[in-house]
Design a protein around this ligand. Structure first.
Ligand code: FE
Length: 131
């Protein structure tokens, strides 16, 4: 397998679209209800738009009404990391891609049973592939 070189922020700026760079590398947020996967129920897998790491399965996607794609489960605890985020006067838990550290969104405790978890993810940070 080919060894992956870490990508510099300059490199990311060349590789990603302006909006992808703003969200993934600068921890931005897409406008609510604007993302292409917000209302989307195809069967397949969601990959990191930065590095291609597999992050979510469509089976865990649900309609939360929050304006961003929502998932009740990550594909594995190895693929997504949690970071405490104290920005905007709130304490939230940011989620990033373990592989490239790209910003994905946040995780909240108001998801559906049995886990009660909601991953609130920017569409821009994801790439979908059908089964
Ligand atoms: Fe990634």
């Amino acid at each position: 397998m080919e060894e992956k070189q870490p990508i510099t922020e300059d490199g990311w700026q060349k590789k990603l679209s302006e909006e992808e760079f703003r969200v993934l590398r600068l921890k931005g947020t897409e406008r609510p209800n604007s993302g292409k996967y917000n209302i989307y129920d195809q069967k397949g897998s969601y990959y990191c738009a930065g590095c291609g790491e597999k992050l979510f399965d469509s089976n865990s996607k649900f309609e939360s009404g929050c304006g961003w794609p929502s998932f009740s489960e990550r594909i594995s605890s190895d693929s997504i990391e949690y970071i405490e985020d104290k920005s905007l006067g709130m304490i939230r838990t940011e989620v990033v891609c373990t592989q490239c550290k790209g910003h994905l969104g946040h995780v909240f405790n108001d998801g559906p049973p049995p886990n009660g978890i909601r991953y609130c993810i920017n569409s821009v940070s994801l790439r979908f592939e059908s089964e």
